[in-house]
Design a protein around this ligand. Structure first.
Ligand SMILES: NC(=O)c1ccc[n+]([C@@H]2O[C@H](COP(=O)([O-])OP(=O)(O)OC[C@H]3O[C@@H](n4cnc5c(N)ncnc54)[C@H](O)[C@@H]3O)[C@@H](O)[C@H]2O)c1
Length: 432
């Protein structure tokens, strides 16, 4: 099938590449000409395991352009995968989506199905369809289908090729069937529903996961107070099939481009209809507090950070991505800098993006040892494999004062027992 994809971020590009891999002819469109230039050379502008290889393997079926007219004119299906960031009031900013809608209306010359893959508030697909029909330049038949995306950054290619589910929300049977055909070769359960339910499935899923994280984080905080161990508590909970063992890792809060904005957007939407979703509100508040946890812990050992050398291991909101959006490191590092600390960071993927925000204030290290050297304090923000691999001796050997605060519970407490390293983690006793 001839497919066009608007937006080549984590969702658009990975979708495009996987569609091409399954023999559709795909044209990816982006307004960012620098990204297009890179992709034309076979270089993905984002870091995702397996993406470069799959792009190369599927290159015969893949094109990249910033000329939307060329891509949309005769496409049979157009996916919209542009960003829907958060507005100041917490609602979703749909300006990119409606800009693409305007471009499609102006351009399409054949009947086609428009698929909204971006995460959009319930009811948006109806507005997209109306805006398209009201503004079509050529007399063609268009239908809008909601097809929310559930991939996780860091495993986006795998999650797309082997999706947990493919949700297709259509108001017209024929349009739904066309999208089912697009996904024919994708091995995943397919759920056909109406558009509003599809839109709701996306928010309800993400917000449930955010709730689960905030819940285990609050239980972890209480574990510290009452002397329980969150790792054992989570394990004990996870044996119960109704709870499940995933997403029970206590830490310093969720980040990324989805959970923070999708919780706020659903909460905003509820309020808009005069129905406050109290559970989601609680998850948002708990997460804001949790992001400050590592700094609060650090203050137990140092009243001020002025004059200290602080080693930061990991910047991204999770391993396997270069994405810094809403990462807890972005909350804590400015506090360290404002207080006058010398900050040395190590991150195998996120440093380049962090350097765009802090070009000179921070020392960027290629090796973990370099970051630890002479440090008075080590803060772990991301559970990269390289970090999990470290031993007590690595901290002891390189740091001036081996005080380690682990925001992701990378090690067992035994690792630090009787080593002289002070190890403080989340929801567990401190090893001194
Ligand atoms: N990132 C994720 O893990 C994830 C997972 C599921 C769903 N989503 C949702 O998918 C959507 C996209 O997220 P993302 O992380 O891929 O976004 P992103 O910010 O990484 O990429 C969006 C891309 O769209 C491009 N763009 C903006 N306007 C355009 C236009 N008019 N025409 C063509 N391209 C345009 C931007 O230049 C950018 O490259 C969001 O709604 C997000 O909530 C994201």
């Amino acid at each position: 099938m001839k497919i066009a994809i608007a937006g080549t971020g984590y969702v658009g590009l990975v979708t495009g590449v996987c569609m091409a891999y399954h023999h559709h002819h795909v044209t990816c469109v982006d307004v960012d000409t620098e990204k297009i230039g890179l992709m034309r050379q076979g270089i993905p502008p984002i870091f995702e395991p397996g993406l470069t290889e799959l792009m190369a393997e599927s290159s015969d079926n893949l094109e990249f352009t910033s000329d939307y007219k060329e891509a949309y004119r005769d496409a049979e299906v157009i996916f919209i995968g542009v960003g829907t960031p958060e507005k100041k009031d917490g609602s979703a900013n749909l300006s990119h989506v409606f800009e693409v809608v305007r471009q499609i209306a102006e351009t399409v010359e054949h009947d086609c199905v428009i698929v909204v893959k971006s995460t959009v508030p319930i009811g948006t697909n109806d507005k997209v369809e109306k805006a398209l029909r009201d503004n079509l330049v050529h007399p063609v038949k268009i239908n809008v289908v909601s097809n929310p995306e559930f991939l996780a950054q860091g495993s986006a290619v795998h999650d797309t090729l082997h999706a947990s589910r493919i949700v297709i929300g259509a108001e017209e049977k024929e349009a739904g069937e066309i999208i089912q055909r697009v996904y024919e070769k994708f091995d995943a359960p397919k759920l056909l529903t109406n558009r509003r339910s599809a839109e709701m499935i996306k928010y309800a899923s993400n917000d449930f996961l955010a709730l689960k994280i905030s819940y285990i984080n609050e239980i972890a905080n209480l574990c510290e107070i009452v002397g329980a161990d969150i790792e054992d508590v989570a394990k004990g909970m996870g044996y119960d099939g109704r709870i499940g063992s995933k997403f029970l890792n206590a830490g310093i809060g969720y980040g990324g481009s989805c959970f923070p904005k999708d919780t706020k957007a659903l909460h905003w939407l509820g309020n808009y209809y005069d129905y406050e979703i109290k559970t989601v509100k609680a998850a948002i508040e708990a997460n804001e507090n949790q992001k400050l946890k590592i700094i609060k812990k650090a203050h137990k050992y140092y009243e001020s950070f002025s004059g200290l050398t602080v080693a930061v291991l990991g910047l991204t909101f999770k391993p396997g991505t270069d994405d810094l959006r809403e990462a807890p490191s972005l909350v804590s590092i400015p506090i360290l800098l404002d207080d006058g600390a010398k900050v040395k960071v190590w991150d195998p993927a996120g440093s380049r993006n962090f350097q765009k925000i802090y070009p000179v204030e921070i020392v960027y290290c290629d090796m973990i040892e370099e970051a630890l050297k002479g440090a008075d304090l080590c803060l772990i923000f991301t559970e990269w494999e390289e970090v999990k691999f470290l031993q007590a001796d690595d901290f002891k050997m390189h740091m001036k004062k081996p005080v380690v605060i682990d925001g992701r519970n990378c090690y067992s407490l035994d690792t630090f027992e009787n080593t002289g390293v002070l190890y403080d983690s989340i929801g567990r006793r401190t090893v001194k």
